[in-house]
Design a binder for this molecule. Structure first.
Ligand code: DC
Length: 226
């Protein structure tokens, strides 16, 4: 492997995104938000009028997708540019998450995104956030984390995030969504959501981001990655 990778997998709302951003910033490593790639394929599919179960054209789209990630100023999120259009807000919305979950079951789409994801592993290292980072994309990663939290806690975290962004959502509907998405993600045939055999399972229920970050950073030191 060209550069060391920290693979962070787990269900939505487990706090992977925040953990990975902190880790990448602290280590000065690159960051791969693989979920954003699936979200972008979903968004682009809708934009091009492709049914979200039509594997061949969606796989072509995934392979050729014109997308740029532009790092923001300190503390600002990365801007996501799809076919020249700034979709930074849209890509993080609940609705694009639902689109992503549908295209993510298609083996052709997953295969098409493999090379793109591997290309993020550059020196001095990569923090990779996803569902199959440790089991499929970066199987040789020297540190694999599987971050979990209860469905109730994940729904509450997501609720607070969305309310802060001004989206109107119901907690009960979010909980139902999260349960349905977990089921789809863990029962699908290709790259189901499950920890790699050599992953360290970290339960973030009841923990703040600083505690989770501290635990993972201790593992980074233990493995001699810095
Ligand atoms: O992490 P996220 O919420 O951005 O992911 C959106 C969807 O994409 C989610 O349903 C799972 C899927 N996904 C995937 O199948 N594999 C990945 N590596 C990342 C996301």
């Amino acid at each position: 492997m060209s550069a060391p990778v920290i693979a962070v997998d787990g269900p939505s709302g487990s706090g992977k995104g925040t953990l990975c951003q902190h880790l990448a910033q602290h280590l000065g490593w690159a960051l791969l938000d693989s979920g954003a790639l699936y979200r972008l394929v979903g968004l682009a599919g809708v934009k091009h009028g492709i049914p979200l179960n039509d594997e061949a054209p969606l796989s072509d789209l995934a392979r050729t997708l014109d997308v740029r990630f532009e790092p923001g100023e300190a503390g600002e999120p990365t801007a996501v540019i799809l076919e020249g259009e700034d979709v930074s807000d849209e890509v993080r919305s609940e609705s694009s998450g639902a689109l992503a979950s549908r295209v993510a079951v298609l083996p052709g789409v997953r295969e098409a995104l493999l090379g793109r994801q591997k290309a993020f592993a550059v020196s001095p290292g990569l923090v990779a956030d996803g569902r199959d980072m440790g089991t499929v994309v970066f199987t040789g990663a020297p540190l694999k984390i599987f971050l979990i939290a209860s469905a109730e806690e994940r729904a509450e975290r997501r609720y607070k995030q969305l309310i802060n962004k001004g989206e109107s959502v119901s907690l009960a509907a979010l909980l139902e969504d999260i349960r349905a998405r977990d089921k789809r993600d863990s029962e699908r045939e290709v790259a189901p959501l499950k920890p790699a055999d050599d992953a360290v399972i970290v339960d973030s229920s009841g923990l703040g981001i600083d505690e989770v970050f501290g635990r993972v950073l201790a593992l980074v030191h233990e493995r001699g990655l810095i």
